[in-house]
Design a protein around this ligand. Sequence first.
Ligand SMILES: [Cu+2]
Length: 232
Amino acid sequence: MTPHSPGTDQIDTLLWIGFIAAAIVVVAINVALIYAVRKFRAERGVEPRQLTGSRRVQFRVGAMLTAFAAIVFIVSIVFTGKARETPSTGDAGLAAAKSEPLTIKATGQQWLWRYEYPNGAFSYYKLVVPVDTAVKLELLSTDVVHTWNVPDLSGKRDAVPGKTNKVVFSADEEGAYTGASASLSGQAYAAMRTEVEVVSPQAYEDFIKQQKADIESAQDRVVGLIENGEVP
Ligand SMILES: [Cu+2]
C-alpha cells in the first residue's frame, strides 16, 4: 500500500506498528521457550527439576504484558484519531469543492460499482476524480452488502442496502488507484473491482461533460431506432 490521501499514511504506519509488535511477541516467546528447554532439560541420570512459578514472577510477567498491551492500545488510539480527520480541498483542487466536498454516488450492485456525478453523468467500474480535492462518496447498495476498498485512498467502508454510508478522501497525486469489493457479496464478488483515476480539475470537468453527452446521444439514438420501428 502506498498512502495517497490524508489518513491512509496513519493506517499504513499502524499496520507496521501492529506487525512489529506481533513479531516482537512471537520472537520473545520462542527465545524464552528455547532458553527454558535448554536450561532445564533432562540429563542422563538426573531427574529434571520440577519448576513452579513464584507469585512474584507471575506478577512481574503479568505487569510486563499489561504494559505492552497498554502501549499498543494507546498508540492505536492516537493514530486512528488522526486518521479520522476529514480531508479538505487544496489550491490545486476543484474550485467548486472548496467549501463543500465534491459528492459522488457510488452504488454497489452484483457485481460492479456504478458512479454517479453531480451533473447526472455516470460511469461503471472507473471513478474519475480531480486531484487535491475533497471527494465524498455516498455508498449505496441495490442488493447485498458490498465493501468499497481502495487502500491507497481510504479505509474500507461498507455499502449496505437501505443505508447511505460515506467515505471522504483527497488524492494528493494524479494517477490510477485500484481497489475491489472486500466483502463476499456473491459468486462473482472477486470480479467486482474498481479503479479511481485521479486527474486535473479541468480533465475531470471535461470527462463528466463528455460522459454526459455520450450517454445522452446514445439514449437519443435508441429512442430514434424505436421511433423508426427498427427496434420492436
Ligand atoms: Cu461486492
